[in-house]
Design a protein around this ligand. Structure first.
Ligand code: GTP
Ligand code: MG
Ligand code: NA
Length: 349
């Protein structure tokens, strides 16, 4: 079948930024979960993945979309959470290499910090488009909570002092981005030329706790995906997949969390993985996902699938997975393929 603009896969969105800027909380807000408070020391130490259905995107942007009137056609969105702690540069690098678009989260009270800058340069080097969330806007002095409201509605409710603080902190962040060679502006103040310029970065004030601006960032990501990234998001049946994590799960043995970017993965497929001892071929015995809007790294009531379609994060069950290496590609042996060719291919990158 022809690949068309009407048949897009889910965009993969990675959340990056300095430790404790609110990356996991932002996801908790959208998921209506409390993953962050269950983390040891409140620190993320693994790459996570959460799949949002189209209906969730539509519901969570409904109020803003009363005025924006954007025709949301994406089948959903896959969001990858990454750690901000300095010791996890490799996981940030892996996350940034897998995504179509990124949210760089900045703590509005702190401005740009070390790993913000590191993340920013990773994204720039790969040419990945990103938006900046100016998070913790609720910490501006005497902020009036407007729970889950579009950010412009929330700003209208604030007093002059609060607005002044917001303005001044936002313009500090803009200057700091400028120092890193990044032109940016509050997203609703961007001109047509700025939107045309693929290097220009939209700023979205958010609160992961009270929810202001969360509608805005979701809708903006959908708009960027549909308007600017549709070519790379065209659905295709050829498997493109990468190993996120390898871990033992009670009752399941060693499992491999795989990010299926595009194409299909099916139970019974002969999959080829890279291990420390070279390539292995193993039959896929099970494909599990958490329910939609649930974090893959949290143990839950997994859903069993006969077949999954990218983009999706999936837990693969099979034999001999102990030494599979995170960050490597996954291939399947097709009916016309030579096993040795596929083995060579999987080890080549
Ligand atoms: P790492 O994954 O460890 O890098 O941190 P993170 O970026 O995921 O931040 P996390 O979600 O763990 O939040 C860090 C702290 O900031 C927690 O105590 C959150 O409750 C708090 N926090 C996050 N977002 C907001 C926000 O928008 N407003 C306020 N007031 N606090 C926030
Ligand atoms: Mg986190
Ligand atoms: Na944290």
């Amino acid at each position: 079948a022809a690949r068309t603009r009407d048949d897009l896969r889910c965009p993969i969105v990675v959340i990056m930024g300095h430790v404790d800027t609110g990356k996991t909380k932002l996801l908790d807000k959208i998921r209506k979960t409390n993953v962050q408070e269950g983390e040891a020391g409140g620190i993320t130490q693994q790459i996570g993945a959460t799949y949002f259905e189209k209906s969730t995107l539509v519901t969570q942007t409904a109020r803003l979309n009363e005025t924006e009137k954007f025709d949301l056609t994406l089948p959903g969105m896959l969001v990858i959470d990454t750690p901000g702690h300095e010791s996890f540069t490799n996981l940030r690098s892996r996350g940034s290499s897998l995504c179509d678009v990124a949210i760089l989260v900045v703590d509005l009270m702190h401005g740009l910090e070390q790993q913000t800058i590191e993340s920013l340069h990773m994204l720039r080097n790969r040419g990945t488009p990103f938006v900046v969330a100016l998070n913790k806007v609720d910490r501006c002095y005497s902020w009036k909570t407007c729970k889950d409201a579009p950010i412009r509605e929330a700003l209208k409710e604030q007093g002059d002092g609060t607005l002044q603080e917001f303005r001044s902190r936002a313009s500090d962040a803009k200057l700091q981005l400028q120092e890193q060679g990044v032109n940016s502006n509050i997203y609703w103040e961007m001109g047509d030329d700025d939107w045309e310029n693929s290097d220009f970065v939209p700023l979205v004030p958010t609160s992961a706790i009270t929810g202001e601006g969360v509608q805005d960032i979701l809708l903006l990501l959908c708009q960027i995906a549909q308007r600017k990234l549709w070519k790379q998001l065209m659905w295709c049946a050829n498997l493109q997949a990468t190993v996120l994590e390898v871990k033992a799960i009670d009752g399941l043995g060693m499992t491999v969390d795989v990010l299926v970017v595009n194409g299909y993965l099916r139970e019974g497929d002969r999959a080829v993985f890279c291990t420390l001892d070279g390539p292995i071929v193993t039959e896929i015995r099970g494909l599990l996902t958490p329910p939609p809007s649930r974090e893959m790294r949290i143990k839950s009531e997994y859903i069993h699938h006969k077949e999954v379609k990218g983009a999706l994060g999936v837990k693969v069950i099979g034999n001999g997975l102990e030494k599979v290496m995170a960050g490597t590609s996954v291939l399947v042996v097709g009916p016309d393929d030579e096993v040795e060719d596929i083995k060579a291919e999987v080890m080549s990158d």
